[in-house]
Design a protein around this ligand. Structure first.
Ligand SMILES: N[C@H](CCC[C@H](N)C(=O)O)C(=O)O
Length: 259
């Protein structure tokens, strides 16, 4: 059987996109998804995303990590599926879609997607790190010279260590550049390596930076290995609301692969 796929990337976080409105792609085939994401034996990607019909919204996003397991929310994948839905003529420049953590509003203009993320209320701060969930769980530590960190090694240690263990977490290393800009490197659970960008991760970093008073800005530029992202939010009482993740989402190529 031949599978028609599209390849997208958002600041270098790359995804295989499949138009599964027919529901013919089997979601339980972990080995197949893992193989399609493999950079030597397959197409190669950090994750695979299915676009399916939704009764609640314009479409539904189903996200799998490169290991083949269904993941929690993916911010860059969410931005990419908006560009994909536009390419498929399902939407124009504005949409609401259904994802694992609820409905998401988004707009697209000249390849730049602005995606509304879930509200965040619960943030754990300690001397060494912050932990919060922006659709996916994120451990964040702020330090200097993050260029020098071995993200794969240190990230894996934290991801598999206490208190996360098997369920794990994504791990972000962040550095303040100026009052409204930070640099971030992320170890992604489910990819089990550093990726070039992580959307829910940079969202978590921006909120953690504000919550720990590293910044007073509510619009923050974030530099990642694969480019630049922007996170903005409003804080009302203890809750971060109107959280938006903004940045490029690009179609790369399409093709067929026999499965
Ligand atoms: N790359 C994604 C994060 C995926 C989260 C995934 N690694 C998990 O924890 O299941 C993003 O842009 O937000």
């Amino acid at each position: 059987m031949s599978l028609h796929f599209y390849k997208y990337q958002g600041t270098g976080n790359d995804f295989i996109m499949i138009d599964n409105r027919s529901l013919s792609f089997k979601k339980t085939n972990t080995d197949l998804i893992n193989k399609l994401c493999d950079r030597r034996f397959g197409i190669g990607a950090d994750g695979l995303i299915l676009l399916e019909p939704s009764e609640l919204a314009d479409f539904k996003m189903i996200y799998f990590n490169a290991d083949g397991n269904e993941g929690s929310m993916c911010g860059n994948g969410g931005r990419c599926i908006v560009a994909f839905a536009k390419q498929l003529n399902i939407i124009k420049n504005e949409t609401t879609f259904d994802a694992v953590d609820g409905l998401h509003y988004a707009t697209i203009k000249e390849g730049i997607v602005s995606l509304k993320m879930i509200n965040v209320k619960s943030i754990e701060n300690s001397n060494s790190h912050s932990f919060l969930n922006t659709g996916s769980p994120h451990h964040i530590s702020f330090s200097e010279n993050i260029d020098k960190i071995n993200v794969k090694e240190l990230g894996a240690e934290i991801r598999y260590g206490a208190p996360y263990f098997n369920e794990g977490t994504n791990v972000n290393f962040a550095e303040k550049i100026s009052d409204n800009s930070f640099k971030v490197r992320t170890y992604e659970r489910g990819v089990e390596d550093e990726t070039l960008a992580c959307g829910t991760g940079v969202t978590a970093v921006a909120i953690a930076a504000h919550n720990t008073r590293l910044t007073n800005n509510n619009s923050i530029n974030i530099k990642v290995l694969g480019g630049d992202l922007e996170v903005s939010f409003d804080k009302e009482n203890d809750t971060y609301k109107n959280v938006f993740l903004k940045g490029p989402a690009m179609f790369v190529f399409e093709g067929y692969i026999s499965i």
